[in-house]
Design a protein around this ligand. Structure first.
Ligand code: ZN
Length: 200
């Protein structure tokens, strides 16, 4: 039986200022299997976030922010396929990043094997080389790969910003519990994609 609980209060910032030289935009797992009709692990709300992620990408590219895409990548024998249906098999259509927001030259694409984009990747290495202090996280799934990447970033003392309209989950509980945790536990700033301002 479902239990009804109230989501505890957390702040949604109308505006968040970032320094583009110290900020990276992280686009999590916007791949066909998660986003598009015919994908094996589709999040129905993910497709609607594409225009907002496009806006964030334009802001990042126009202001010199680093852009990182994570690309969930699995092969035969991967234990994640015991938890979830087969998804994002390397070099398939479902594995590819959706074409509307395909990476551009100069963007960094990191293949990852678990929810956390730091796990087994060079993400932390690159962020330190770039002098990054703040991560703007968007993409899908809010309470899975976005959440565990945000958590892993916060544990390394990065500041995190989550534009909530540029992320998506399978149900509202998952979304709200993740955002509340990010605000409360990771000192994350929750905003909307239009609320991100570049410091003058
Ligand atoms: Zn996966």
């Amino acid at each position: 039986m479902a239990t009804t609980v109230q989501v505890p209060q957390y702040d949604i910032h109308p505006e968040v200022q970032v320094d583009p030289e110290k900020t990276a935009l992280i686009v999590v797992d916007m791949q066909n299997d998660f986003v598009k009709e015919g994908g094996t692990l589709r999040v129905p709300d993910a497709e609607a976030t594409i225009p907002r992620i496009r806006t964030l990408l334009d802001l990042a590219h126009n202001t010199g922010m680093e852009v990182v895409y994570s690309q969930d990548t699995h092969n035969d024998g991967d234990p994640e396929w015991e938890i979830w249906p087969e998804h994002t098999r390397e070099n398939t259509w479902g594995w590819q990043i959706v074409e509307e927001i395909a990476p551009q030259e100069g963007d960094t694409v990191l293949r990852k094997v678990r929810y956390d984009a730091f796990y087994g990747t060079h993400l932390d290495h690159f962020l330190r080389l770039w002098g990054t202090e703040t991560l703007i996280l968007c993409g899908t799934v809010a309470n899975i790969c976005v959440h565990y990447t945000a958590a892993s970033a916060a544990l390394r003392w990065y500041d995190i910003v989550i534009p909530r309209d540029a992320t998506s989950a399978l149900d509202p509980f998952d979304m709200e519990s993740s955002l509340r945790q990010a605000a409360f536990l990771f000192s994350g700033r929750i905003t909307e994609s239009a609320g991100i301002r570049v410091q003058p």
